[in-house]
Each structure stands twice: as C-alpha cells, then as structure tokens.
Design a protein around this ligand. Sequence first.
Ligand code: DC
Length: 225
Amino acid sequence: MGRILIAIDGPAGAGKSTAARLLAERLGYTYIDTGAMYRALTLLVIRNNIHWENEKKIIPLFEKQKITQKGEKTFIDDENVSTEIRTNRVSRAVSIVCRHPEVRKRMVELQRELAQSAGIVMDGRDIGTVVLRNAELKLFLTASEEARAKRRMKDLEALGKPLPLAEVQQNIRNRDRLDSTRKIAPLKQADDAIVVDNTDLPIDEEIEMLVRMAKDKEIEHNGNR
Ligand code: DC
C-alpha cells in the first residue's frame, strides 16, 4: 500500500494531537507534533531568560541545543521535556516566540527533514499550507471555543496544574488571535483541506472517519504511482 503524508491543522485544543497520534497508530505511521517543537524552543527561551520578542537572541539556541521528537516524547538534547512544555508558563509565551520569521524558517527546515519519507502524520498550524504543502491528505480540525477550553482544562488537571475554565478559555482565545493574525504562516485552512468539526463527535467515531479517509487516499496514491 502506498504510504502518504497527512497534514493536520487547526486551532488550540481542537484535539489535533490526540487525533494525529491515534491515526498514526492505526496506520503504522510516524506522528510528528510540531507544536511540541515550538513549545520546546519556548522553554529554552524562558530558561535562558531571553525576552520573547528578542529574535536575535533566540536564533543561536538552535545551534546550542537540539530539539527532537522520539515517538510522542519531546527532547532538548537528552532531557525529556514532554511534561514541562505543556505548562501554562510555556503556553503563554509560545505564540510570541513562534511569530519570528527566522524561528519559523528554522523550524520548517527541521520539520521537513523529519518528514522525508512518507508514512507521516504531522500536526500544527501551517502544515497543510507551508510545511507539507504536498501532503496527500490535509485535515483541518476544529471545535467550539468552549469545547476546546474544556479539553485543555482536563489536560492541565491531568498534569497536576489545574486552572479555572475562564483562564484557560482566555489563553486559547489569545493564542488563536495571535496565531491567525501573524504575518508569516498564519493559522488558516488550506484550500484543499477537509474540515472536521469535532465539537459533538466522539473520539472513536472521529478516528474511524479519519482512518477511512486516509485509506482512500492511500489507494488513490497507489493508483497514481
Ligand atoms: O499545538 P500546540 O498548542 O501545542 O502549539 C503551540 C503553539 O505553537 C501554538 O500556539 C502555535 C504554535 N505553532 C505554530 O505556530 N505552528 C505550528 N506548526 C505548530 C504550532
């Protein structure tokens, strides 16, 4: 069967990571979480006491330390930072750090290197529009703002760092605004993306639907080769 590239984009809390991970598992593909890569860089910015707006001081971090993904884990050099990158401290800063043009250029290069062979599910904000413009299947996942805030609140509870719903919703709203209005690679649906609104869609039904779409595309891709 011809393996394909799958791009998943959408706003904060739309369930992209969960869907991407489960879809990759079902297809035997590799999952790449690009948001985690921007979060790891943001963690480095915070740890080094660099101002979020100071792109000149942020860029050398790419040379100093290595951000990688192995399975679902995110590493800075050999340190597993998968939990720490989910804290609110990082969530508040990441949308500023990821706006810088050179930061995005470097990240896109890293992400394309990771996706050199097919059989990839990659999620983020600009995957279908920039990083993997050639992806055979592009999905844009979304849900109501309230549903998205409730999901993020549960994630934070599971991390042992609970926050009130209103605060989580405010963070999501701010990030969506910053992510959608930035000049470079804003959050936006690709013209050829399929929109999936999962506000009232149970996760198992959503995954079945995505697996069917992916398998159809695999067959189509096989025929085109
Ligand atoms: O998916 P997430 O919430 O972990 O992403 C964290 C932030 O990173 C998000 O606010 C926007 C940014 N991001 C981006 O600009 N481009 C991507 N491809 C992925 C994430």
